[in-house]
Design a binder for this molecule. Structure first.
Ligand SMILES: [Zn+2]
Ligand SMILES: [Zn+2]
Length: 263
């Protein structure tokens, strides 16, 4: 399958985006010229009146994100450009986006496994596969039952714990995965194939078979998918060919794409 979508793109409104050139206009033009049909901008946000942000999220209160939304709404583009976000969870049941903000977006993308935010997101204690496996599943199930996100960003991809990722996933049974993925499928919640995460497997940070097993089970459970590069630095909009190879391995075709990215 040729990938002509990218529904996970950061702009300089995200402090992790180190490329000042990665604006809505320039990105849309570049990807249009490369044959893309659907893209979405997904800057980070933490907005929850009851849970104060950490230092990093204090810079992502949603105001810059809404500026990006305004730009998207005020322009005409030669491809489909959607306004979204990368919302976060501090712990199962604790979400960082308000209804008022999400109503201004085309869809909500939620990250259920930002374990790299060690001073903010609940951590596996102790940091071993036996603790990470149930916590990762708990985050995922909570994201699904919340029901306000249409897409889950890099599901089951525990950033900053890649050294124990393979063993962690081995501890989770097929039936446990199928049950959780089945609930996502029932609710029409799409799972993102995160190209940055795939690239980490390509660099040997964990075994690609781990992701292959996860996404094969998700497909068997009836889930639908999106592809996102998670581009945020100068080495951006790359590695789509690896994602195409991965979708061949898993057997993901156009009919497995989430309705949001079908044109
Ligand atoms: Zn993320
Ligand atoms: Zn991201």
């Amino acid at each position: 399958m040729k990938i002509t979508m990218d529904t996970h793109i950061h702009t300089p409104a995200s402090k992790c985006c180190t490329n000042p050139e990665q604006t809505v206009e320039k990105t849309a033009q570049e990807l249009y010229e490369r044959g893309f049909k659907v893209i979405a901008f997904t800057d980070h946000v933490w907005r929850n009146p009851e849970i104060p942000p950490n230092h990093w999220y204090a810079q992502h209160d949603g105001s810059a994100l809404l500026e990006t939304v305004k730009i998207i709404r005020s322009r005409k583009f030669p491809l489909k450009v959607m306004a979204s976000c990368e919302a976060d969870m501090q712990a199962p049941g604790q979400f960082g986006i308000t209804d008022e903000l999400s109503e201004q977006l085309d869809f909500v993308m939620l990250a259920p496994d930002h374990f790299q935010l060690r001073d903010f997101v609940e951590q596996p204690v102790p940091p071993v596969p036996e603790a990470l496996a149930p916590l990762m599943m708990h985050f995922f199930r909570s994201a699904v039952s919340w029901g306000k996100a249409q897409i889950l960003a890099h599901p089951m991809c525990p950033f900053s714990y890649f050294e124990i990722y393979d063993r962690t996933v081995e501890l989770i049974s097929d039936s446990e995965f199928l049950d959780s993925f089945g609930k996502a499928a029932e609710k029409g919640i799409g799972l993102e194939i995160n190209i940055d995460c795939l690239n980490s497997a390509g660099k040997g940070e964990f075994n690609l078979d781990t992701m292959t097993r996860i996404f094969s089970l998700a497909k068997n459970a009836g889930c639908k998918f999106t592809f996102g590069s998670d581009s945020h630095n100068a080495e951006h909009f790359t590695h789509y060919a690896e994602a195409e190879r991965f979708s061949e391995i898993v057997g993901i075709t156009e009919k497995d794409l989430h309705p949001l990215v079908q044109i």
